[in-house]
Design a protein around this ligand. Structure first.
Ligand SMILES: Cc1cc2nc3c(=O)[nH]c(=O)nc-3n(C[C@H](O)[C@H](O)[C@H](O)COP(=O)(O)OP(=O)(O)OC[C@H]3O[C@@H](n4cnc5c(N)ncnc54)[C@H](O)[C@@H]3O)c2cc1C
Ligand code: SF4
Length: 521
């Protein structure tokens, strides 16, 4: 890992590349570009994960928001149109710190509305699986896309709750398979995963989750990478059609300072990336009016079923089974995937009581040990009206930066696809011995994508096919924002693979890109 630079060091340097955001997109770019010999600065508003006992405390992490950022986002997603405040988590490693490890590829048909094809990303998917040390079993997913090499590591043996779902799905004639996971069960490093109960939504106290700090940042070239944590990217300064500097704020000293680079990469996540672009006035140069628009997040639900026995007495992480048999079932009618069903752990009981469906909270708390849940991930459609914008009232955070707003509504098709998956999940849980169930709709933006879509037409997309901002030749965006459709699987492996693809292009064309020569011409 690199030594933290001082503010004076960084102000003196003109970096080859300044990256904003250290999640799957930004952390992966930092890895690849530092190893290509470029001098990289990675700027992240969150701090380093604590990795102490409290990181596995359900109340501290999921309810009290130990990693919650201090800047609210006003989210309008309910029929009544009343916005509620959300405070996304912040940490070095981005949401990889909190993710559940599921690392799946999109399918060939998911690329129908993309400017690149699955075959263009295939070798980068392979490299991403190597980078994140994914444990999976090729040939078991019934709609798996073609792959040029096996997974780096075999999946761990099924736990008892996962075996229950696996057997039930098989009984129905379906083809359940082990979720490919970026969790260290058999990889080269220590420690190995101990299958604890607090994985999805939590940092891993023992660093056995293959998050971005343990993979991309640990494998980056420390001689070419500096990481500035607890530093907020405020605005990118544009001069003569190029970005020349990043105006940043040190959260501890409150000092504002300027970071200079030849090339800039925005990877602040699909909510914060368009906000940074808008704060920097990119919309005045953009011909598409797409910055912030087409926000997607999957249409997700959790189905919990009550069982006449304790479903997970050993209290193990059992996010292990995926069911994709219906993935292509609506492709002809809807032009989308249906999505997937995944095994999922119940949150700890006090969290269940706080977050369970209204009217069922105490019942869920008391019965938590007898409940087993499945997560349904349905593809949602891109709609121009679903968008991230800047607060029109001018309300600002404590650094005088305009706050961000989010407006989102699902289409009838999104809801129908989710309900179809829930119906399939209900059959599995019944076949597994469950008695009765309750659905909880997921209203978080954990799978947010799409707000700076890439494309072939500058009047309809923010980024070109290499994820370069059409109107600013020395700026790229590589987080989930680039995705023009969400597909029907969890997004992180695709974000990582795409960042590797873009990094290869940037490294190969760095001189031309920074000399102002347009390699597209
Ligand atoms: C609980 C949970 C479980 C999940 N499980 C899975 C899973 O199993 N599989 C899967 O594929 N996906 C999962 N996801 C989704 C996955 O984590 C995201 O899709 C992914 O992290 C997005 O990567 P990204 O690079 O777009 O952005 P992020 O990972 O969100 O990274 C963006 C980074 O930018 C930083 N940033 C934002 N604004 C600024 C600023 N102004 N200045 C400096 N830094 C800034 C943020 O703090 C953050 O660190 C899960 C998400 C959550 C929340
Ligand atoms: S299940 Fe494994 S990877 Fe996840 S938090 Fe527990 S020990 Fe870490």
């Amino acid at each position: 890992m690199t030594t933290p630079p001082t503010a004076t060091d960084v102000e003196r340097t003109v970096y080859d590349v300044v990256i904003v955001g250290s999640g799957f997109g930004g952390g992966t770019m930092a890895y690849a570009l530092s190893r290509a010999g470029l001098n990289v600065l990675l700027v992240e508003r969150g701090g380093w994960p604590h990795r102490d006992e409290t990181d596995w405390n359900g109340r501290a992490i999921l309810l009290d928001g130990r990693y919650r950022g201090e800047t609210p986002i006003a989210v309008d997603q309910k029929a009544d149109g009343k916005p509620v405040q959300a405070f996304p988590n912040e940490a070095v490693g981005g949401n990889s710190i909190f993710f559940g490890g599921a690392s799946l590829r999109l399918r060939e048909a998911d690329f129908a509305r993309w400017p690149i094809a699955y075959r263009d990303l295939e070798r980068h998917y392979t490299a991403a699986e190597q980078l994140l040390e994914v444990h999976g079993q090729a040939g078991t997913d019934p709609v798996e896309p073609p792959r040029s090499s096996p997974y780096p590591f075999a999946p761990p043996p099924l736990t008892a709750p996962a075996q229950r779902i696996f057997s039930a799905a098989e009984k129905l004639g379906w083809h359940p398979f082990p979720i490919p996971v970026a969790i260290n069960h058999a990889g080269p490093r220590e420690p190995k995963c101990i299958n604890c109960f607090t994985c999805d939504g939590f940092p891993c106290r023992i660093s056995a989750k293959n998050d971005i700090t343990q993979t991309a940042l640990a494998k980056a070239d420390p001689a070419h990478l500096s990481i500035l944590a607890r530093t907020v990217a405020g605005r990118l300064a544009v001069r003569d059609g190029r970005v020349v500097a990043l105006e940043a704020i040190d959260r501890d000293s409150e000092r504002r300072f300027t970071l200079r680079g030849k090339l800039f990469v925005i990877a602040a996540g699909a909510l914060a990336t368009p906000a940074l672009m808008l704060r920097s006035g990119f919309d005045r140069m953009d011909a598409s009016d797409a910055i912030g628009r087409y926000l997607m997040r999957h249409c997700n639900a959790m189905l919990g079923f009550l069982f006449p026995f304790r479903t997970n007495p050993a209290a193990v992480n059992h996010k292990q089974i995926c069911i994709s048999d219906f993935y292509e079932s609506v492709r002809k009618t809807d032009g989308t995937a249906l999505g997937v069903i995944q095994d999922m752990c119940m949150p700890p009981p006090d969290v269940v009581r706080a977050l369970g469906p209204r009217g069922f909270r105490w019942a869920a708390y008391l019965g938590a040990a007898h409940i087993q849940t499945l997560l349904c991930i349905a593809e949602d459609e891109p709609q121009a009206d679903n968008r991230v914008a800047l607060e029109p009232s001018g309300a600002a955070d404590r650094w005088s930066q305009p706050l961000t707003t989010v407006h989102h509504r699902y289409t009838d098709g999104d809801v129908r696809r989710r309900d179809q998956l829930v119906a399939h999940a209900r059959r599995v849980l019944r076949a597994a011995g469950g008695l009765a169930g309750k659905v909880r709709l997921i209203d978080s933006f954990s799978h947010a994508v799409g707000t700076a879509r890439f494309g072939l037409d500058p009047t309809a997309s923010v980024l070109d096919r290499h994820c370069r901002v059409w109107s600013l030749p020395n700026v790229f965006a590589v987080d989930g924002s680039f995705m023009p459709t969400s597909g029907g699987v969890n997004p992180s492996l695709t974000i990582t693979a795409n960042a590797l693809r873009v990094a290869e292009h940037v490294a190969a064309n760095f001189a031309a890109l920074t000399a102002g020569v347009d390699p597209r011409a």
